[in-house]
Structures are given as structure tokens and as C-alpha cells.
Design a protein around this ligand. Structure first.
Ligand code: NAD
Length: 348
């Protein structure tokens, strides 16, 4: 039977970078925010699970699947804090989007760049319901690969104007300042210590990478009304917040079964009940409840955010004809003649 399926769109890093430049990083973040909010609001429609993680003494490799009735996505992602010293990023990722009706993979994409964008958009989405509306300053602790994305998302989507930067590696802070020099809405100010950066901030974002029980934020760093966007405590034995910081705050997570094991919340007892972000976005729970409340987004990254990111870039890549179309799945005239696709000549 002649019934050929289509080709798969493939976005490598060049194609992704080109698409981001073509669309503009800020409009792309805006569009992804809309898609992510839509997906979180229809949370019950998704088939969800905690990600599958394979741990080693130096890092983790994870698979993150999710599906609604129409589309399935997965991401492969790692976290190896020692990688930059070996000439590789700490976080590396790729993933796919497929059609549930047939199982056909419509998109195969790099997701290292995309994860930077989607993590920042997820942080901003949580901040829309958790940060004070008058927040104008943010401390950015950890100025590595994620930093510029976080800063741009908070400037564009939340209205933050001043960013106090600190990293144990001064070259990382300098790199971030240089990269953001051309963005007029962003003022970056280097700080001498994490405590100094935090002392001036309405929002604290932690994006450090160290496979240890680190304490970047202590109870003494808190002021009433602060919002913490903690993205680096995302693995068993890898945290950024003192347990007491969480105990005194309103803690919001993506998917409780995953965060309980991976997030800063791993330090708390089973009795501690966080709020899931979707509950707030869908109007089933309150976001920030008072101007003085300390709020925490204990972010570990959840598959629904990758789903939103992939469907956003798939739509845009189709409009702009980005990347290549590849024969990832064999194109066959006779679907039962897979062997024929090998093109092996019969022996004489
Ligand atoms: P990176 O290695 O590029 O940058 C991390 C930076 O943290 C480095 O510049 C390092 O010098 C700095 N650092 C380490 N310890 C520090 C400390 N005590 N104080 C200040 N700075 C310190 O890593 P990245 O890709 O930017 O990722 C940052 C973190 O975010 C990682 O832990 C990663 O696993 C996590 N992450 C989370 C999500 C999520 O969805 N929650 C997504 C992506 C990455």
C-alpha cells in the first residue's frame, strides 16, 4: 500500500539559535509563557510521571516523558556540575515531539538552548503568581549557562529592572554582564557576595551547580515579602536552601512526587505539604497571600514545561521553515517491506 508518512523536522543548535534570532528571544519567551500557562491550566489532561533518573557519583542522566491526547514529548537531559572543567556544559539536552494518533515523531530537537529558555519562562510563570507585584530587583546567584535566560525572562515578563549578580567564579559574572550589555531594560550590578546581592533583592534566583547539600540561602538572608526562585537544587543530595528557609515559607512545586525526591524539599518531612503550581494557575489554590509572605518556587524542571517549549518551537519552526526535514523514520512504499529500505542487492 502506498501511504507515505511525512518527514521529521530536525532542529540542531544552529537551527535553534537561528530561530531564536528570527523570532526574537523576548517574543519567543512571551509565546512560550502563553503556551506553558495553557498547559499547566489543563494539567489533568496530561499523563504524568516523575522522571526516570540514573545517578552516578558525579552527575545524573534523566528521561522526561509526558503526553496529552494529541501529542507526546520526551527530553533527555543530564546534570554534571564538573563538566565545564572538561569542556562540556553542566546541562545538555535533546528531545522529541510525537503525534499520539500514529506515534510519528514530528520534531527532533536540540534542547540545551531550549532548556535555558523554558526554565526561565517557567520561573517567570511561577513569579507571576508568587512575587510581589511591586518587585523591581533580583539577586542572581550562579551566573552560568542559565543566568542570562533567567534575567531576560524576569526583566521582560515580570518587570524586574535591576539584577545583583554573584558567582564564586567572577569570570561567569563578567560573561553574563557582557552578554546582557545590549538589553536596555536590564541593569546588571556585580556583588561581592551572595549575601550582599540578596540584601538588595525583592526576588532571589539561585542557579548554582554543585552536587552537594549547599546552603546558598539561610534564614538570616530572608526579608518579609521576598520571593525565592530556586532552580539549582534539583537532584537527590543537591540543594541550595537551608531547611529552615523552606519551613517558614509558602512552597510551590511543579509535581510533588518528583520534587519530594529531587527538590530542596527533599530536606523536609513527609508531613510538609507544598502547593502545586498548576493548582494556583487553574484557580484552585491561592498564589501569594500577603505582601509579607515569603514564597518559594522549588523548581526542579517538569516535563510539561518541555512539552510547552517543544510545541512552541515546532509551530514557529514550521512557520519559518527552520532546520531540516530528515528521514528519521523509513519512507516506504510498502509498509511491510522494511528490509527493502536497506537497498541490499540480492547476491548474484
Ligand atoms: P553552570 O555550571 O553553567 O553554572 C553554575 C554556576 O554556579 C557556575 O558559574 C558556578 O561557578 C556557580 N556556583 C557554584 N557554586 C556556587 C556558589 N556556592 N555560589 C555562587 N555560585 C556558585 O550550570 P547551569 O546550566 O547554569 O545550571 C545551574 C543549575 O540549575 C544547575 O544546578 C542545574 O542542574 C540547574 N537547572 C535546573 C533546571 C530546572 O528546571 N530547575 C533547569 C536547568 C538547570
Amino acid at each position: 500500500m502506498k501511504n507515505r508518512i511525512g518527514l521529521t523536522r530536525f532542529l540542531d543548535c544552529d537551527a535553534m539559535a537561528g530561530l531564536v534570532r528570527q523570532v526574537g528571544i523576548l517574543p519567543l519567551m512571551q509565546q512560550m509563557l502563553v503556551a506553558m500557562r495553557e498547559d499547566y491550566v489543563r494539567w489533568p489532561e496530561f499523563e504524568k510521571s516523575a522522571r526516570l533518573a540514573v545517578h552516578s557519583p558525579v552527575g545524573v542522566i534523566e528521561l522526561m516523558p509526558i503526553a496529552d491526547q494529541n501529542q507526546f514529548s520526551f527530553k533527555y537531559v543530564n546534570g554534571h556540575p564538573g563538566n565545564p572543567a572538561l569542556g562540556m556544559p553542566t546541562v545538555m539536552a535533546f528531545g522529541a515531539l510525537a503525534d499520539v494518533a500514529t506515534g510519528f515523531p514530528v520534531l527532533l530537537s536540540e534542547m540545551t538552548i531550549l532548556t535555558g529558555i523554558r526554565t526561565a519562562v517557567a520561573s517567570a510563570l511561577a513569579a507571576t503568581v508568587l512575587a510581589r507585584k511591586d518587585a523591581r530587583t533580583m539577586a542572581m546567584i550562579g551566573n552560568g549557562a542559565q543566568a542570562e535566560f533567567q534575567i531576560l525572562a524576569f526583566a521582560e515578563l515580570i518587570g524586574i529592572q535591576q539584577f545583583y549578580l554573584f558567582d564564586t567564579d567572577p569570570a561567569a559574572t563578567e560573561k553574563t554582564i557582557q552578554n546582557l550589555r545590549g538589553f536596555p531594560a536590564v541593569e546588571c550590578i556585580p556583588a561581592m557576595s551572595a549575601a550582599e546581592a540578596m540584601s538588595r533583592a525583592d526576588i532571589i534566583t539561585t542557579a548554582t551547580a554543585d552536587k552537594t547539600r549547599a546552603v546558598i540561602i539561610r534564614e538570616s538572608d530572608l526579608r518579609p515579602g521576598i520571593h525565592i526562585n530556586g532552580i539549582g537544587g534539583d537532584c537527590p543530595g543537591k540543594t541550595e536552601l537551608a531547611a529552615g528557609v523552606l519551613e517558614g515559607a509558602r512552597v510551590v512545586v511543579q509535581y510533588e512526587p518528583q520534587t519530594r525526591v529531587e527538590g530542596d524539599m527533599q530536606q523536609l518531612s513527609a508531613e510538609f505539604r507544598p502547593v502545586e503550581l498548576w493548582e494556583i494557575l487553574a484557580g484552585r489554590a491561592e498564589g501569594r497571600q500577603s505582601a509579607d509572605e515569603v514564597t518559594i518556587f522549588d523548581s526542579v524542571g517538569f516535563s510539561i514545561e518541555d512539552f510547552s517549549a517543544l510545541r512552541t518551537v515546532w509551530k514557529l519552526a514550521s512557520i519559518h521553515d527552520s532546520g531540516h526535514t530528515i528521514e528519521l523514520i523509513p519512507q516506504l512504499d510498502d509498509q511491510k517491506n522494511l528490509f527493502g529500505r536497506l537497498g541490499i542487492s540480492p547476491p548474484l
